[in-house]
Design a protein around this ligand. Structure first.
Ligand SMILES: [Mg+2]
Length: 206
């Protein structure tokens, strides 16, 4: 079935506010990611047979009992590192029916450190994790309850159209295409979030 995409024609009613790219208000306070087909290219509860293991200190790769590999999409580690550098709260919101396995995978998966030095476990990037089956409205209500961050300060990446329901809370959702999350999509999501807030980033070259 072809995936639906949303096209936004509406301009913000109050017009745009111009902000410098380094203005903290030009960035959402929280970015949330689904896991399956958003950060990695499989359903962890279907395609992965525990236990998962890592060979030595190999980066961004785990292997399961049957030899199936599990990795983040190639550009995901640099996106997570950028969010951390910008002190943006990072959340995981997944409705997988294998929450323990998902957490185990995140804690085993090793990523290169952007600042040099030791490698970092993927799980350390996530400030909040809501991983359990059910409507994502519940996941986002929990994220909001735990962090106090307003919904309109949240940008969410997810590959499933049905999860647009979280926009009823005020969250901005960017639909993830079949090739997963990459830097271009991160920029698309950010642009969409800024447009909804009536924010236009200007590059000051003076
Ligand atoms: Mg998914």
């Amino acid at each position: 079935m072809p995936r639906k995409t949303r096209v936004e024609h509406q301009e913000p009613t109050g017009g745009y506010r111009e902000l410098n790219e380094e203005d903290p208000e030009a960035w959402p306070l929280l970015v949330a990611f689904d896991l399956d087909y958003t950060l990695w290219d499989l359903w962890i509860d279907t395609h992965i047979s525990p236990p998962v293991k890592r060979k030595g200190d190999v980066l961004n790769q785990l292997v399961d009992r049957r030899g199936q590999n599990l990795s983040f999409y190639r550009e995901v580690p640099s996106i997570l590192a950028e969010l951390k550098r910008r002190r943006i709260h990072i959340a995981a919101a997944s409705r997988t029916s294998a929450p323990e396995l998902a957490r185990e995978a995140l804690s085993l998966l090793l990523l290169a450190s952007e600042e040099g030095g030791d490698h970092v476990r993927a799980i350390t990037y996530f400030n909040t994790m809501e991983i359990y089956p059910g409507s994502k409205l519940k996941h986002f209500k929990e994220i909001h309850r735990k962090t106090g961050i307003p919904y309109d300060q949240m940008l969410f990446f997810d590959d499933e159209h049905r999860n647009y329901e979280v926009e009823s809370l005020g969250v901005t959702m960017q639909l993830v295409p079949p090739n997963g999350t990459d830097r271009k999509l991160w920029n698309d999501g950010l642009t969409l979030w800024r447009k909804r807030r009536g924010i236009k980033v200007v590059h000051d070259n003076r």
